[in-house]
Design a protein around this ligand. Structure first.
Ligand SMILES: Cc1cc2nc3c(=O)[nH]c(=O)nc-3n(C[C@H](O)[C@H](O)[C@H](O)COP(=O)(O)OP(=O)(O)OC[C@H]3O[C@@H](n4cnc5c(N)ncnc54)[C@H](O)[C@@H]3O)c2cc1C
Length: 381
């Protein structure tokens, strides 16, 4: 184990490993990545793998669009098939207000080069013939949205980082960070200390605990999010189907399972990741309302993970004013996997060049004290 490094990254999910990879690609390899469990054990390995560009807010659309361009090349670049499949995202609206929101979002997305389209419910049947369109007011579809397999992305990063000479420490817990005279001095782990001047806080829903070690308060809160998978079927569902009306999303995986989840507006903030029968009942009743033939399909397994949620549902990126060597990379809510390629590239630019090709200033922690926040409305997976 190294006892000093230019950068210590805390967290072995897509945020930490993705940033390490983008840095190493540019020759910055004096890094130690620390993960207290196995790589991908946090939200990343529990996520649905959905990748959409259909956001309501310009900045998120651009991050997602650039990320899709990177996902398209990722299997070749990593030398690892990441299971990327562009079956699109079909968003369902129930009310006139939701239809109007979709119309406005599609206009904004199109103006930013995202090929999404607004459609009447009947037109959605051309994409998912099994859909029950009763009670729907509209739909939106973007054919270049899709899914990828989080564990394969993690494997691709880990294998490449090892070859590139980056030190990866799994099953190692960060216990404290020592600061002297306004500068980071060392990271203390249960396997020993590492001297460093720079730390990337990529600890997902636990980032606020890491920040507390250096006296920084984060507004992030953890929320359980449950998800399940059915038995395997022949391929029949091409897109990820999603509705902001009830917070549901589901798609068919590469292996033929239907994988999906549903948000619970009454879920309290906690670190609970137990599975519940209530979730199963709620999710399955909403899914069979949309796809009646799903009544005959068996549920095989369910699990849960944590959404790391900020007050405006947008990530916190970049340094903190009181401790410039302490860089933030968390708060991704339900869309950290899909935007991570571009976000991690920007973080690498910030660390190496001190400036970024897309301004990350609007996502700095200080927006919560300056009041310059913009709410992302579409927060389901
Ligand atoms: C059920 C579910 C479904 C989702 N579906 C989607 C989806 O379809 N599309 C999408 O884009 N996003 C989705 N998300 C969100 C996505 O998974 C996250 O935004 C993303 O994975 C966050 O990555 P991360 O690297 O920031 O955090 P994580 O993957 O949680 O990684 C943080 C890591 O830090 C480690 N850690 C914490 N404390 C310490 C410490 N003291 N020392 C060392 N290590 C530490 C943890 O063990 C963890 O592995 C979903 C999330 C859940 C829970």
């Amino acid at each position: 184990m190294k006892d000093r490094a230019e950068l210590v990254i805390i967290g072995g999910g897509v945020s930490g490993l993705g940033t390490a990879y983008q840095l190493a690609k540019r020759g910055f390899t004096d890094i130690v990545v620390i993960e207290r469990d196995y790589f991908g054990s946090g939200a990343t390995g529990r996520c649905g793998g959905g990748i959409r560009q259909q956001f309501s807010e310009e900045y998120n659309i651009i991050l997602a669009r650039e990320s899709v361009r990177m996902f398209e090349k990722m299997s070749d670049e990593l030398g690892q098939d990441i299971g990327f499949r562009q079956g699109g995202y079909l968003i369902l609206a129930h009310t006139e207000k939701e239809a109007e929101d979709l119309r406005r979002n599609v206009r904004l997305q199109n103006s930013l080069d995202v090929p999404s389209m607004y459609m009447e419910p009947e037109e959605a049947l051309e994409i998912v013939p099994e859909l029950n369109i009763e009670g729907l007011s509209a739909a939106a579809y973007c054919p270049t949205d899709g899914v990828a397999q989080p564990f394969l992305v993690i494997k691709g990063y880990v294998d490449n980082l090892r070859k590139m000479g980056v030190e990866l420490m799994d099953h190692t817990e960060v216990l404290d960070i020592k600061v002297e005279n306004g500068e980071i001095r060392k990271v203390i782990t249960d396997k020993g200390d590492i001297e460093t001047r720079m730390v990337l806080n990529a600890a997902g829903a636990w980032s606020r605990n890491i920040a507390k070690m250096v006296g920084v308060e984060l507004p992030n809160k953890p929320y359980r999010h449950e998800i399940m998978a059915t038995e395997h079927m022949k391929p029949w569902l091409k897109p990820m189907v999603i509705s902001f009306h009830n917070g549901v999303y589901f798609s068919q995986s590469h292996d033929g399972e239907i994988v999906g989840g549903i948000g619970d507006p009454n879920e309290p903030s906690s670190y609970n990741i137990k599975s519940s029968l209530e979730f199963l009942e709620r999710f399955t009743s909403v899914v069979v309302r949309y796809i009646p033939i799903m009544r005959k399909v068996k549920v095989m397994r369910q699990w849960a993970g944590l959404y790391d949620v900020t007050p405006d549902a947008r990530p916190i990126l970049g340094p903190v004013d009181e401790l410039p060597g302490f860089i933030q990379a968390h708060g991704y809510s339900g869309h950290g996997f899909m935007i991570h390629p571009m976000v991690t590239k920007l973080l690498a630019e910030y660390i190496i060049d001190g400036k970024t090709s897309i301004d990350i200033e609007p996502l700095n922690l200080r927006r919560y004290t300056s009041g310059e926040t913009i709410q992302e409305k579409n927060v389901v997976g």
